[in-house]
Design a protein around this ligand. Structure first.
Ligand SMILES: Cc1cc2nc3c(=O)[nH]c(=O)nc-3n(C[C@H](O)[C@H](O)[C@H](O)COP(=O)(O)OP(=O)(O)OC[C@H]3O[C@@H](n4cnc5c(N)ncnc54)[C@H](O)[C@@H]3O)c2cc1C
Length: 484
């Protein structure tokens, strides 16, 4: 539909074409809404990108999807992505570094009790978990929660490296409820993680949704590029949104595209940018909302991709990689054996190892120069994998703001953000600083967000009421906004 001087009218404008924005746009389009995504970069995908170098396929951020939810399967099906899925190789054992050896990560309680990774005391402490009373502090850190329920050994050997390696977070600062909501929910609901997990497993039997680890033919870029191409919505690239403001019945957004500007009206507006970019856009509407968004910290991460001839590595590489605990003395947080997980990520006879440096545990490491970075990574790979020579391929991806840190009383901060947003009807915030950073969580949240938006739209339609500019906001049109 078009209004005024050739200005298009949209049901929803999504600002930001990362996986969060693209997934929401697809879910809304699927429900019959007219949606556009405006992305400031010349490519879509945000953090997610796949680069090919010397025959290696290199992932900039997410390198796989770990899924156990049928909604994600359904999403991929409607997006035409099921046929492009590439399952992880089946021999995917995972390791954690313990002293100077790689120990297989346990996949269940029975495994844990049999492993030499834990001392006898550590195993007894694990067995006592169902006897531990429920906690009282909703903002407990991961360290407090895991130590209380499972013991210090379990924290140091499993959770600390997991939270640092996968989320770039610091267990001492990360809020348990925001960082691992499924685990804390087990305590809330069943009073015990072990009992809750067993009960959930029994109940889940037969309902079909099985854990699935996969990438896509051509790598993770296929996910975002397919959504942008075939998701049913229009994507405008190289268009940085610089202003948003409420008008009668909806929202205006304007931005810069090359040396021209563009503006549009949409009934509802979703900001799917990182928190600091969202803060700049809402600052003139609600300074407190902007302040809250700016308090969300991000950790820097460098992804160090190294390619080797298989014959130069003595380790059997019979798994998917390893995590590194903070007490190990090695700087990296972990290393993925990418070509073992997905053989099409390296040329025949070659091996791709992707190592992660930085995060909240050691942010300074993400600022090291290439020489120090490579020396640090090679020292670890030499010791642990018996690599004899330097890599034949090196590619470093630097993310200055890689991942949001769910630190402090995080869920309280998100609740405060939601309360302030309630005064700005038709405006939504949705990106990886809310509800999980993984691609799976981004798709699940997109599904939820689409349901919420449709509900809002239907209630407006059925009440035959028109959304109004909130009181006191009639003069929020930025003076500099020119609509062409
Ligand atoms: C190193 C690393 C490894 C990871 N590994 C995994 C993994 O293996 N599996 C997994 O599930 N997850 C993984 N993740 C997490 C996952 O990749 C990210 O959480 C997710 O891609 C973030 O998506 P997003 O859309 O929320 O944000 P982003 O990708 O940051 O997208 C935000 C978009 O908004 C755009 N934007 C910003 N400002 C404006 C503006 N003013 N106007 C228009 N556009 C704007 C940006 O250009 C960007 O495209 C990893 C992340 C990192 C960093």
């Amino acid at each position: 539909m078009r209004t005024g001087k050739g200005m298009s009218e949209l049901d929803v404008l999504v600002v930001g074409g990362g996986i969060s924005g693209l997934a929401i746009a697809h879910c809304l389009t699927r429900s019959g809404l007219t949606v556009e995504v405006w992305e400031s970069d010349t490519r879509v995908g945000g953090k997610i990108d796949t680069v090919v170098k010397q025959g290696y396929r290199l992932e900039s951020a997410a390198s796989m999807v770990v899924n156990f939810r049928s909604e994600v399967d359904q999403f991929l099906l409607t997006a035409g992505l099921q046929a492009s899925k590439r399952a992880r190789a089946s021999h995917a054992k995972r390791y954690v570094l313990d002293a100077d050896r790689l120990c297989e990560l346990p996949s269940g309680l029975r495994d844990m009790l049999g492993l030499s990774l834990f001392s006898r005391f550590g195993k007894l402490r694990l067995l006592a978990e169902p006897l531990v009373p429920r906690g009282w502090n909703p903002h407990e850190s991961v360290t407090e929660f895991v130590t209380r329920r499972l013991g210090k050994e379990f924290l140091e050997k499993i959770f600390e490296p997991y939270v640092a390696g996968l989320l770039a977070s610091d267990v001492d600062l990360a809020e348990a409820r925001a960082t691992m909501p499924r685990l804390t929910a087990l305590e809330e609901r069943y009073g015990s993680l072990a009992l809750g997990a067993i009960l959930k497993k029994v109940c889940r039997r037969g309902n079909g949704a099985r854990p699935d680890v996969f990438s896509f033919r051509g790598g993770m870029a296929t996910l975002v590029e397919t959504l942008a191409r075939e998701g049913g919505f229009r994507v405008r690239r190289d268009l940085r949104v610089s202003q948003v403001w409420p008008v009668s019945n909806g929202w205006m957004a304007s931005g810069v595209m090359g040396d021209s500007s563009r503006a549009t009206f949409s009934k509802q507006l979703i900001l799917s940018t990182p928190a600091d970019a969202a803060a700049s856009l809402v600052d003139h509407l609600d300074a407190e909302l902007a302040r809250l968004l700016r308090t969300i910290e991000y950790a820097p991460v460098n992804v160090v991709h190294t390619g080797f001839d298989r014959t130069t590595i003595t380790h059997p590489l019979n798994g998917s990689g390893f995590l590194v605990p903070r007490c190990s003395g090695f700087a990296p947080n972990g290393c993925l054996w990418m070509s073992k997980l997905f053989p099409d990520h390296a040329p025949e006879g070659q091996v791709l190892l992707s190592t992660y440096l930085g995060g909240a545990r050691d942010p300074a490491a993400a600022n090291w120069d290439a020489t120090r970075t490579l020396d640090t990574v090679m020292h670890m790979l030499r010791v642990l994998l018996g690599i004899k020579v330097g890599p034949e391929m090196l590619h470093i991806v630097s993310h200055a703001r890689a991942l949001p840190l769910y630190h402090g009383a995080y869920s309280q901060r998100l609740a405060a953000i939601d309360r302030r947003l309630a005064a700005l009807p038709g405006l939504y915030l949705e990106a990886n600083y809310k509800g999980g950073v993984s691609v799976r969580d981004r798709i699940l949240r997109a599904d939820l967000m689409a349901t919420r938006i449709l509900r809002h739209r239907n209630s407006v339609l059925s009440n035959n009421t028109r959304a109004r500019v909130p009181a006191g906001m009639q003069d929020m049109t930025p003076a500099s906004a020119t609509i062409r």
